[in-house]
Design a binder for this molecule. Structure first.
Ligand SMILES: Nc1nc2c(ncn2[C@@H]2O[C@H](COP(=O)(O)OP(=O)(O)O)[C@@H](O)[C@H]2O)c(=O)[nH]1
Ligand SMILES: [Mg+2]
Ligand SMILES: [Zn+2]
Length: 224
C-alpha cells in the first residue's frame, strides 16, 4: 500500500519534471542538479564560479535555486557574490521535488539566463531519486568524507554526469585513498569526468567551469 502511494506521488512529480525540461529546452537553458553531503562545498563551489564566468570570452550567466531545510544563509552568501539565488526552504524534507522547483522558476528571469544550478538539500541518498527536469546531476564529494563513498552511495555516483571532488588541499592531512576512489568510480560510472579541486586555492575550478560551458554549448548546438 505504501509503495503504491509513493509511486503515484512520484508519477505526479514526473509530470512537473517533464514540463520543466520542456521550458528549459525552449529557453535554451542548461540546468544542473548538484547533490552532495552537508558541508561538501556545494555553495562554495557556486561562489567560486562567480568571477570566473564573467572573465570568459564565452561568458555565461547563471542563477541558483537553493534547497535547504531551514534558513536563507546559502542564498545570502551567493547574493553577496552578486549571484541571483532563489531560496526554497523544504521545512524538513530531505530532497527537492519538481513541483517546488517549478514554483521557484517564477522568481527567475528565464529569458536572460544561460545556466541554472540547483543546490539540492545536503544528502547523498534521496535527492538522487527525484527527477527535477534537470539536464544532468553532479555529485559533489569532499576529501574528508572518504574515498569509500561512491560504492556506499552508488545510485548518485552512477547517475552523475560529472563528479566534483572538493577540498583536495586537505589530502595531506586525511587518509583519502585516491586509487580506490578512481577504481570504484571507474567501475560505477566510467564515462563521468572527475574534477578534483580546492576551493580555498581555486585550483581546478576553471576546468569545472570549462565543462559547464561545454555542456551549455552542446545543448544549444543540439537545439538548433
Ligand atoms: N579546506 C577547504 N575547505 C572548503 C573547501 N570547499 C569548501 N570548504 C569549506 O567547507 C565548509 C562547507 O562548505 P559549503 O560550501 O557551505 O558546503 P555545502 O553545505 O555543501 O554547501 C565551509 O566552511 C567551506 O569554507 C575546499 O576546497 N577546501
Ligand atoms: Mg550549501
Ligand atoms: Zn528525501
Amino acid at each position: 500500500m505504501i509503495v503504491t502511494i509513493q509511486q503515484s506521488v512520484m508519477a505526479e512529480d514526473e509530470k512537473y519534471a517533464a514540463r520543466i525540461r520542456s521550458v528549459i529546452r525552449e529557453k535554451k537553458i542548461l540546468m544542473v542538479n548538484i547533490i552532495g553531503s552537508p558541508g561538501s562545498g556545494k555553495t562554495t563551489l557556486l561562489e567560486s564560479m562567480a568571477d570566473l564566468v564573467i572573465a570568459r570570452s564565452d561568458r555565461f550567466s547563471f542563477s541558483v535555486i537553493e534547497g535547504d531545510l531551514e534558513t536563507t544563509r546559502d542564498a545570502s552568501r551567493l547574493a553577496a557574490k552578486n549571484i541571483k539565488a532563489v531560496q526554497i526552504n523544504t521545512k524538513g524534507a530531505c530532497h527537492l521535488e519538481a513541483h517546488v522547483v517549478e514554483r521557484a522558476f517564477a522568481s527567475l528571469d528565464l529569458d536572460s539566463l544561460d545556466v541554472i544550478f540547483i543546490e539540492n538539500v545536503g544528502n547523498l541518498v534521496c535527492p538522487t531519486e527525484f527527477d527535477l527536469g534537470e539536464d544532468f546531476k553532479v555529485a559533489v564529494l569532499s576529501v574528508p568524507e572518504g574515498a569509500d563513498k561512491p560504492l556506499k552511495y552508488p545510485m548518485l555516483f552512477f547517475q552523475a554526469k560529472a563528479i566534483v571532488l572538493t577540498k583536495t588541499d586537505l589530502l595531506p592531512y586525511v587518509n583519502f585513498d585516491s586509487e580506490m576512489f578512481k577504481q570504484d568510480l571507474h567501475s560505477l560510472n566510467p564515462e563521468a569526468p572527475v574534477f578534483a579541486l580546492s576551493l580555498t586555492s581555486g585550483e581546478g575550478v576553471e576546468e569545472w567551469v570549462n565543462f559547464v560551458a561545454e555542456q551549455l554549448k552542446r545543448k544549444r548546438e543540439n537545439a538548433e
